[in-house]
Ligand binder design. Structure first.
Ligand SMILES: *[C@@H]1O[C@H](CO)[C@@H](O)[C@H](O)[C@H]1NC(C)=O
Ligand SMILES: *[C@@H]1O[C@H](CO)[C@@H](O)[C@H](O)[C@H]1NC(C)=O
Ligand SMILES: *[C@@H]1O[C@H](CO)[C@@H](O)[C@H](O)[C@H]1NC(C)=O
Ligand SMILES: *[C@@H]1O[C@H](CO)[C@@H](O)[C@H](O)[C@H]1NC(C)=O
Ligand SMILES: *[C@@H]1O[C@H](CO)[C@@H](O)[C@H](O)[C@H]1NC(C)=O
Ligand SMILES: *[C@@H]1O[C@H](CO)[C@@H](O)[C@H](O)[C@H]1NC(C)=O
Ligand SMILES: *[C@@H]1O[C@H](CO)[C@@H](O)[C@H](O)[C@H]1NC(C)=O
Ligand SMILES: *[C@@H]1O[C@H](CO)[C@@H](O)[C@H](O)[C@H]1NC(C)=O
Length: 739
């Protein structure tokens, strides 16, 4: 069987390795091992590039592709996949030790977002890898000049990760990997300029995975590579294709005492149907354990400086297979930091077990994982392989794919090269294409293009039909270009403004457009085109002037009418207010005064003292009683007759006349009255304890003793005249404070 691990000199970037129970010489030992490999391993392998692999050597200027001398994978020049940017070579001093793909790169000094677009199959799962080797290509020593050297990566329209090259060894390579689902027939990778150095990329590799793999990855969740380790005595720093048919990078794990490598040549199988991770058998045949007097094994993947440990969400996957041929007792607990993930696990003999929590992401800022021997176990833990990913949310939606295709047709047709027209047209919002207006209002739907402004863009040739296929397009401005020919017969539906002014358009205006324009559904502008030498319609006259006359003709009358209306309303309000009082006043004058020496109130005065009849304190036989306060602060009870009873109220005047004359300590004092067509009311002293009826009934606050009740009866009996008992009843504001 043909199984080869292809060696590549790549240095791991942001994550640092830390191994518990290991001496500090680990690193040195590993470096020595690496050097040995460098010297001894120059195996030339010819591997076939499997179907679906897309491998791009960025900045490579040869016109034809080449096969990588180590992996045999075919690498293409990048010109087909990107627009803009500059091709660069790394500095001569670093060329010799570099992989072929790392020798050139493409840098993007212009534009805030520059994207590579790789063809894909919609809905397919991919692993995408980007590698970066600075190699002092610009001679500026950017990684070593002490300043921040940082740029961002987007996967499609979502933020993936930052690439931090600050203080980085210029010959070393950073790699980033993501496992993602293609949202459309292309996957784009964008480099984002953060203003801290020119973004660049050395190589891009797209590898299709099987749909069953990494089942927790879907259109809204991607996972970014954090660490992928193969244990055991691997001779290569990186194991990749063709041992791993998916070309994942598996890093070797250095081992020194008490870590002990195990290896087997026996088969290590997966259970039939277990296709979730497809760890290569060659990797599962190696494992690492500890000396028997140690009890736990810790994998600590330091979180590098450019990762936000606090918000990091990690997903670990542990791969185990017992490869000790005797049947040992080996059981252990698996922890993430201090959280127990799996208790009392025992690896199966020569069979792969992949342990993960169904796509659950963990908060583990130190990225530390521990395998801890249980009491029943005779042997310490073992591990064969380990994968660790961080969550990448794919919340932002791409622009509607039809809109994207049509606007790309436009770009192609007019050979438009705009720095900013890169990547998705509308998303993310802050990188949307200049001149486009998008509709983001439906948060669960893809953004749509609603306006395109390509005014003064040097467009030449005929009017491309793609615009009219964009069903959400409402406003199209193609003015001040060099468009020629006739206007095609579009069946436009959504378009409301079509500005074609100052072009070279000729020929008849198609009916479909003319009809919509005449129906007022389309604002068509054609002035400054040869077509207008034949037609003298509104759309051919200088709209600005026309608009202003139309505006004057429409706006002036509207404003005048509005002014008149407003003035009328104000006038009416003013006089209504006045007449209200006046009416009252007039009636006050007109009615015969009663010639009594109590105060006569106007309706307006009653309104004022009762604070617009706000507080009702009782309901009498023929009206409602309100609480009020006179100008001098005295509290009063205002009994207002119901409007229906005004006319019938024949008793009113006699009552007022009598009461005004009667003054008795046991009767409430009538302070005044109001009498006109609008108002019939009596104003009495206010009795704060309520009315007699309530008091006699008894309540929570005031309960009368039988003695008090007797006095009240006596007081009532001492009323001046039984004729007035009715006043008593209806008024019922009896003076009891003397009781
Ligand atoms: C690129 O072209 C040059 C000159 O044609 C050639 O020498 C070189 O080997 C080519 N590089 C690759 C990787 O094919
Ligand atoms: C770049 O850095 C190296 C090492 O720090 C130094 O030797 C070299 O002179 C620097 N070159 C420039 C152009 O600054
Ligand atoms: C989505 O887009 C918004 C603004 O357009 C941006 O702030 C946010 O970071 C994006 N989300 C992701 C996951 O990239
Ligand atoms: C994607 O997977 C996550 C869990 O891994 C789940 O919560 C989410 O609903 C899934 N989304 C879709 C669109 O299937
Ligand atoms: C384990 O045993 C070895 C000798 O076999 C010894 O050197 C080492 O110190 C022991 N470690 C512990 C933790 O007991
Ligand atoms: C980038 O890396 C440098 C050096 O490791 C570090 O000081 C800096 O904080 C990092 N910046 C970011 C934004 O991660
Ligand atoms: C289109 O852009 C030009 C400037 O580039 C501007 O003058 C014009 O008003 C824009 N048109 C619309 C409809 O916004
Ligand atoms: C339009 O094209 C004509 C002839 O092809 C040319 O003379 C003119 O300068 C062009 N105008 C613009 C604005 O490009």
């Amino acid at each position: 069987p043909f199984a080869v691990s292809c060696f590549q000199k790549l240095h791991k970037p942001d994550r640092t390795m830390a191994i518990s129970h290991c001496s500090a010489s680990t690193k040195l030992a590993w470096i020595l091992a690496l050097l040995l490999i460098l010297v001894t391993t120059t195996i030339q392998v010819h591997c076939q590039s499997p179907p679906g692999f897309i491998s791009i050597d960025c900045g490579f200027t040869n016109t034809s592709a080449y096969n990588d001398s180590i992996t045999g994978i075919q690498f293409d020049p990048d010109s087909r996949f990107v627009e803009g940017g500059l091709s660069n070579k790394i500095s001569a001093e670093f060329i010799a030790g570099s992989d072929e793909q790392q020798k050139t790169l493409r840098s993007f000094p212009n534009g805030s977002r520059n994207c590579y677009t790789l063809p894909s199959t919609t809905g397919t799962k991919y692993m995408l890898r980007a590698t970066f080797t600075y190699g002092n290509y610009d001679g500026l020593n950017k990684t070593r000049d002490g300043s921040l050297f940082l740029f961002g990566l987007h996967i499609g329209v979502n933020f993936w990760e930052a690439v931090n090259m600050t203080n980085w060894d210029p010959s070393s390579t950073i790699w980033k990997e993501i496992i993602t689902v293609a949202p459309a027939n292309s996957v784009s990778v964008c480099l984002i300029n953060f203003g801290s150095g020119t973004p660049f990329v050395s190589a891009l590799e797209l590898r299709p995975l099987q749909d069953l793999m990494y089942p927790f990855v879907n259109t809204s969740v991607s996972i970014s590579y954090f660490r992928r380790i193969r244990f055991g005595a691997a001779t290569d720093f990186i194991t990749r294709f063709s041992l791993d048919p998916y070309d994942r990078f598996w890093e070797g794990w250095p081992f020194t005492y008490p870590w002990i490598p195990l290896n087997t040549s026996s088969r290590v199988r997966r259970l039939p149907g277990d296709n979730t991770f497809q760890v290569p058998e060659g990797i599962l045949q190696g494992a690492t354990t500890l000396d028997t007097n140690y009890s736990f094994l810790e994998i600590s993947v330091g979180v590098g400086p450019n990762l936000d440990a606090k918000n990091l969400q990690l997903l670990p996957i542990f791969h185990f297979a017992e490869i000790n041929s005797s049947n040992p007792s080996r059981r252990f607990d698996i922890y993430s930091n201090d959280e127990l993930l799996f208790a009392d696990f025992s690896p199966s003999r020569f069979q792969a077990d992949s342990m993960h929590q169904n796509g659950r992401f963990l908060h583990n800022p130190t990225a530390t994982f521990r395998l801890s021997k249980t009491r029943r176990s005779r042997l310490p833990p073992l591990i064969n392989a380990f994968e660790l990913y961080s969550l990448v949310r794919m919340d932002n939606l791409t622009t509607d794919s039809d809109d994207v295709n049509y606007i790309k047709e436009v770009t192609k047709h007019y050979n438009l090269a705009r720095i900013n027209w890169n990547g998705d047209p509308c998303s993310p919002r802050e990188y949307s294409w200049e001149g486009l207006t998008c509709d983001y209002s439906k948060s669960n739907q893809n953004p749509r293009i609603v306006a395109v402004n390509l005014s003064t863009s040097g467009l030449k040739g005929g009017l491309v039909i793609s615009f009219m296929n964009m069903v959400s397009l409402e406003n199209l401005d193609l003015s001040h270009n060099n468009l020629t020919g006739a206007i095609p017969d579009y069946q436009i539906k959504s378009l409301k403004v079509l500005d074609l002014s100052y072009n070279q358009l000729d020929g008849p205006i198609p009916d479909s457009i003319l009809q919509r324009s005449q129906a007022g559904l389309l604002d068509l502008r054609l002035e400054g085109n040869p077509i207008c030498s034949k037609v003298k319609d509104t759309y051919c006259s200088n709209k600005k002037k026309k608009t202003s006359t139309v505006l004057i003709a429409v706006i002036v009358p509207v404003v005048l009418v509005s002014l008149l209306v407003v003035m009328g309303i104000l006038w009416k309000l003013y006089w209504k207010g006045k007449s209200g009082d006046d009416e009252d006043y007039a009636m006050y004058e007109e009615e015969t005064p009663l010639h009594i020496d109590i105060r006569r109130f106007t309706y307006a005065e009653l309104k004022l003292i009762t604070n617009n009849f706000q507080s009702i304190i009782g309901k009498g036989g023929f009206g409602i009683v309100y609480h009020g306060t006179l100008e001098n602060g005295d509290e009063v009870a205002v009994k207002v007759l119901m409007e229906t009873s005004i006319a019938e109220s024949t008793d009113f005047l006699p009552e007022v006349q009598t009461l005004s004359k009667v003054h008795h300590k046991n009767l409430v004092t009538l302070q005044g009255y109001c009498q006109n067509k609008k108002c019939l009311a009596l104003v009495y002293d206010f009795m704060p304890r309520g009315n007699l009826q309530q008091l006699l009934k008894g309540g929570d606050d005031y309960s009368l003793t039988w003695e008090q009740r007797l006095y009240i009866a006596l007081d009532a009996a001492q009323g001046p005249n039984f004729n007035y008992v009715f006043t008593f009843k209806s008024c019922t504001y009896v003076c009891i404070h003397k009781v």
